[in-house]
Design a protein around this ligand. Structure first.
Ligand code: ADP
Length: 327
């Protein structure tokens, strides 16, 4: 590879405040927990970190408040070598927060206060859609901003997480669909309006999702792996997956999950998306890029935490035997 792939992420930044509790509190109850842990999070920031650790030149576009949490989040991004110059500081609004309680069985209860993330708008869309190989958009920002970013054109990955109420409009984006749509099983179920569970179902869902507009759809299925469907076959026109049909469509492909000792699955999806962006921006073919992203997701679950668990190339090789295809 001659140049570093350029990835721009348009998405959220949160301070995650986590407390371990003996049991999750019910309505009106108070429980005493551990000391609070403050860790950088938000899907946009997580995906940016995943992409940066895998060799991309990454820019994050989003909003924080003019407060201490915002400054800490920006400092953490810069430590990862991420360009955070286009993160806008919104006066008078708090930085996004996620308040997370985790009990001894690893069940959790999460309350998100979006704060500045809900102020992402036209200036941020304009910043995000200039100078990039690929734009990654996740859905913890206003739907209007997502639609505007998609209509600017250029290669995009839309990670529809969490699924907004206007999901179907976003998948087709009023005529301008994302190139890639990435969802997990429950997000696919929300978009399609039916349950999606397991790899075979994920493949059917991916095939159905490309009929709504995206050129490629990936449905991730946790430990089972991931499925990819593409309008002209996952490996390109008439590639080794067989000749493409008269309608240009081809059967979906499945990537079996890598067998790894899972410690903590938080952040697997964000790692998958960040890794996929790097591989696509580097010109890796769709099926190989998806397999590499699945290997990155698997490596992420072998360590605790979200950003702290995000792998570098050597970690992916050690956990899965897959050589990261971008150098
Ligand atoms: P999300 O975190 O968005 O719910 P998933 O749980 O589907 O996303 O995980 C994303 C990807 O990470 C999966 O497609 C898979 O490749 C990988 N992955 C997740 N959990 C595991 C696991 N327990 N073992 C191996 N790979 C996993």
């Amino acid at each position: 590879m001659t140049k570093r792939p350029k990835v721009t992420v348009l998405g959220s930044l949160n301070m995650d405040i986590s407390v371990t509790v003996p049991r999750l509190p019910g309505p009106g109850a108070t429980v005493l927990g551990s000391e609070a842990r403050f860790t950088p999070g938000g899907k946009g920031a997580n995906q940016a970190v995943a992409a940066a650790r895998l060799g991309a030149d990454v820019r994050l576009v989003g909003c924080v408040g003019d407060d201490d949490f915002g400054r800490r989040l920006l400092a953490a991004l810069r430590t990862e070598g991420i360009n955070a110059d286009a993160v806008r500081i919104v006066p008078g609004v708090p930085t996004g927060l996620a308040m997370i309680a985790v009990d001894e069985a690893a069940e959790n209860l999460i309350v998100v206060a979006p704060g500045a993330n809900h102020h992402v708008g036209p200036p941020d869309v304009a910043a995000a859609t200039s100078d990039r190989d690929i734009l990654v958009i996740s859905a913890e920002i206003p739907a209007q901003a997502i639609t505007e970013a998609l209509t600017q054109g250029g290669p995009t990955i839309l990670n529809l997480a969490p699924v907004p109420s206007q999901a179907n409009a976003l998948v087709a984006a009023g005529g301008k669909a994302p190139d890639w749509l990435v969802v997990n099983e429950s997000e696919a179920a929300a978009v399609l309006g039916r349950p999606v569970s397991g790899l075979a179902d994920a493949a059917l869902a991916a095939a159905e999702l490309i009929t709504q507009g995206p050129r490629h759809a990936v449905v991730t299925a946790g430990a089972h792996g991931a499925a990819l469907a593409s309008t002209n076959g996952p490996d390109g026109p008439d590639g080794p997956d067989g000749p493409d049909g008269a309608d240009g469509a081809n059967g979906p492909e499945v990537i079996d999950g890598f067998r790894v000792p899972a410690v903590d699955t938080v952040g697997a999806g964000d790692t998958f998306v960040g890794a996929l962006a790097v591989a696509i921006a580097a010109g890796i073919p769709p099926l190989e890029a998806t397999r590499a992203a699945a290997a990155a997701g698997a490596a992420a679950v072998t360590r605790p935490g979200a950003q702290t668990a995000m792998p570098r190339a050597a970690d992916i090789l050690a956990a899965t035997g897959v050589a990261w295809p971008v150098s």
